[in-house]
Design a protein around this ligand. Structure first.
Ligand code: 5AD
Ligand code: SF4
Length: 432
């Protein structure tokens, strides 16, 4: 087919971006574009960017620099920047990198076809009233056993360090009827596990439904075997959602619940609106509902004004909770956020504290994995392993598990006895 064009998408940052990239591929699919994994053969390159930390946005500019020879060899190549750096910097991106043809924010990528055809402005960072998802096609092709489903976007929390309320805008929840229909559609196409996505997913309030109600309704869909959700704010963990963790077998025993710091003084400066104690009691209630739940979190090292005692308080909180994993970041001042007005700590202090957080988390991660040895868990196979006859999937607790199972196929949900723990994954034997 002469008119097939190729689209290369690079995705930076969070799972929301992974989802958005898939949807952009679908939108451009309607225009005759097929996705390629090889940038050199693309007619269009889309960089779906992340603005959350400084390093994330620097990557964009170095990658754009690397596209220069490609654009020189292929002047018709369209280069687009999408996502949160697009939203935050808009026209500035084209000024700095004139090889960029279009800049599209996270709320307007349904307009990509018009932009690519030159029928719409090359920079679009609106927050339109219409829902972009109402303006997008769905391809009916079969897909892998796991999928993301965006249920909520944006954030009203305004943590002092965070750009999300500015780049993704105010909290908006999608209507539950749409989500149930989309979930059924995914299940018909082979999906067995859905991860509900939102920057503040447990603040979901579409048509006055709570996230708990949405989870409970999704759990009634035959063929949908597993439900997860991310990312949650401690203050939005309501009683019903906690109860659902004990009552809904399809809701998997893993929860990402960022706390950021263990010091009340820093939590206050971060505008988190909860204390360490509040978080610890919340963890107790969640564990009472689902004792085997694996918890993860995000931590920021060296927030402005953080003392050695504040940092110790964070380490103490980590020790008290016992995490299965966590992301630890060094504080990075983001222009336009309140925290960026405050003096930063010296870089070497940040590096040392970050390392201490990471070391403790790594030790806890290994302990959590080792504690799985001997236990029986569900594993959903996602792909073939490197060794012949080996399958790789995720356990109920989101551990990667390698299983020797020559009869296994992608999409099988099997029972596995965990037999060993490596640095980042588990090994197991299929028992059913
Ligand atoms: N500096 C460092 N880490 C940050 N995060 C968000 N903003 C910043 C920042 N300015 C982290 C938080 C959040 C995660 C997605 O990224 O821990 O939970
Ligand atoms: Fe950013 Fe999360 Fe805080 Fe919202 S709740 S401002 S997304 S860190």
């Amino acid at each position: 087919m002469a008119d097939v064009k190729k689209l290369f998408i690079k995705t930076y940052g969070c799972q929301m971006n992974v989802y958005d990239s898939e949807r952009m591929a679908e939108v451009m699919g309607g225009q005759g574009y097929v996705v390629t994994e090889v940038a050199e053969e693309a007619d269009m390159v889309l960089l779906n960017t992340c603005h959350i930390r400084e390093k994330a946005s620097e990557k964009l500019y170095s990658d754009l620099g690397r596209l220069r020879p490609l654009k020189a060899a292929k002047p018709d190549l369209k280069i687009g920047v999408a996502g949160c750096v697009a939203q935050a910097e808009g026209q500035e991106i084209i000024r700095r990198m004139p090889l960029v043809d279009l800049v599209v924010g996270p709320q307007t990528y349904h307009r990509l076809p018009e932009m690519v055809a030159g029928r719409a402005p090359a920079v679009d960072t609106d927050f339109p009233a219409e829902d972009k998802f109402d303006h997008m096609p769905r391809r009916k092709a079969m897909r892998g056993p796991t999928a993301f489903l965006t249920v909520q976007e944006g954030c009203d929390k305004f943590c002092a360090f965070c750009v999300v309320p500015y780049t993704r805008g105010a909290e908006v929840s999608r209507p539950p009827a749409r989500l149930l229909a989309e979930a059924r559609d995914l299940v018909e196409r082979g999906v067995r596990e859905i991860t509900l996505l939102g920057q503040n997913v447990n603040a979901y309030h579409g048509d006055d439904w709570t996230l708990a109600r949405l989870v409970r309704e999704l759990a009634r869909i035959d063929g949908l075997e597993r439900i997860r959700y991310t990312t949650s704010h401690p203050n939005d963990m309501d009683d019903d959602l906690i109860a659902a963790h004990g009552e809904e077998a399809k809701l998997m025993p893993y929860l990402h619940l960022p706390v950021q710091s263990g010091s009340d003084r820093i939590l206050k400066a971060m505008n988190r609106k909860h204390t360490a104690e509040h978080y610890l009691r919340l963890v107790e209630r969640i564990r009472a509902a689902r004792p085997d739940i694996v918890l993860s979190s995000d931590f920021i090292a060296a927030f402005p004004g953080e003392t050695a005692a504040d940092h110790e308080a964070t380490l103490a909180l980590i020790r008290e909770v016992g995490y299965g994993s966590a992301f630890c970041f060094k504080y990075s001042a983001r222009p336009g956020t309140p925290a960026a007005e405050k003096p930063e700590l010296p870089a070497n202090i940040g590096d040392a504290r970050l390392q201490e957080l990471r070391d403790l988390i790594t030790a806890q991660q290994l302990a959590t994995q080792t504690a799985m040895v001997g236990r029986e868990v569900g594993v959903l196979y996602e792909k073939a392993g490197r060794r012949p006859g080996q399958m790789v999937g995720k356990s109920d607790h989101l551990h990667a598990v390698h299983v020797d199972d020559p009869a296994g196929r992608v999409g099988d949900l099997v029972r596995v006895r965990i037999t060993g723990s490596g640095s980042n994954s588990l090994a197991g034997l299929r028992i059913k």
